[in-house]
Write a protein that binds this ligand. Sequence first.
Ligand code: NDP
Length: 499
Amino acid sequence: MEKSDTTRPTMTTESGNAIPNNQNSLTAGPRGPMLMQDYALIEKMAHFNRERVPERVVHAKGYGAHGTFTITQDISKFTRAKLFSKVGNSCPMFARFSTVGGESGSADIARDPRGFSLKFYTEEGNWDLVGNNTPIFFIRDPLKFSDFIRTQKRDPGTHLKPHWRRWDYWSLSPEAIHQVMILYSDRGTPYSARFMHGYGSHTFSFWNNAGERTWVKFHLISQQGIKNASDAEATRLMGENPDSSTKDLHDAIAAGDFPKWTMKVQLMPERDAETYKWNPFDLTKVWPHDDYPLHDVGVMELNRNVENYFAEVEQAAFEPSNVVPGIGFSPDKVLQNRILSYGDAHRYRMGVNYQQVPINQPKAPVATYNRDGLLRVDGNGGGGVDYEPNSFNGPKEDPSVAEPPIRIDGNADRYTTYPGDDNDLYGQPRALWEKALDDQGRTNLVENIVGSMSNPTMGIADPRPIQERMLKHWHKVHPDLGGRIAKGLGLDQRRQAAE
Ligand code: NDP
């Protein structure tokens, strides 16, 4: 909005010194050279040169919005979290949605899982649910994470993204196949965040005041329904508007059409985990709804656009380690690793005091003995005592928020990701093919896979060894799926089936 000259603030340096002229630099004579004493010019250029923080290694392209989360059903018998203590409780929250593999300027609509990161500013501190729009993931051992991610990024030699890299890796990592099927189904190109579900993906835990633990999976079900771009529409949108999903969410909120998601949970009694037919902590598997039905918990509404992208979205730091009393982790190996790696990544990107950036600040009081570090801006504890225990009234522990003990069994060893059980690898992918997809969904899945596994997309002189290795997996998921992909690739179906 335009302001009159009398109400416009005076332009200053970062130190508040008024700037007399922002059009002409200080020179010796009209033709130069420049004078080094032009501190306003030097600060302006130096600041510009340092504007970027490193982009996220994964989930670099994203957008976000503020909202509220309101409890609609009483689940207080499972968790002591105050947020869930009664129907009607609510808290402010922030959401960021992203693709995984692309750089910060890449297209929103790319075929990729979507990050679905939520920060709930509760009265007991921040609770972050850092999930995806898929209930599962490609790996179940975090040792494989960086290898997998490299297959989604650029070739180190050519800086291109040929698809042979991903299919080579997946054909040698069959635990990925369940997620690969979701990725190449219609849900691999969601139209925007408004039209996709979100999942905590990992198994987490609830614990109550009686010390009872319940394993839990979180689902955020879109009240707008599911809407996906076809492969052709996605290709068109990438050129027409690479920021199509960013714009969709922004415009909806600006128009007062606030998107909502219903939070639901699946609940598993602690002891069930020992006998359940699947490993409930395996990130490549869902808990089938028939075994563990969904229960409503609350509603999340996004109702306020960000005012400054860098301050609120680029600096947003989500981390699965942010939990409140009554919500805990599980033995899921990938979750265990993410508890470490998210804070580690934020410390690298933004420095050790990243939690003091306003978008990351809890609304609950912070009372820590951590001190100093790059860009500390919270008063640094003032003159208060900086060690613990102390007899000077410093913050004290609260034993009442200790999580109940968890029984862990087993010898320390490196346990195989491939126990050699076909049902373990292909059972749930088969259920996706047979049960979750309709005829059109199956046809689209086959076409999308064939498009990606064929040249020129594969981008390798002889794709056949990789294609044939991958076909063996598709046949094991379902002969119909394997047969249709083999046909689409022009490979000998009978020979493949016989192998
Ligand atoms: P159900 O028939 O009860 O549920 C099928 C689920 O699949 C629904 O949640 C449905 O979402 C979802 N779905 C449909 N199409 C796709 C797709 N292209 N990509 C991802 N999800 C999709 O079956 P089960 O619970 O017995 O699970 C069967 C299979 O469904 C699983 O093996 C898994 O592959 C998939 N699935 C299961 C989920 C779970 O938590 N149990 C969650 C998501 C997928 P919607 O509710 O919108 O219809």
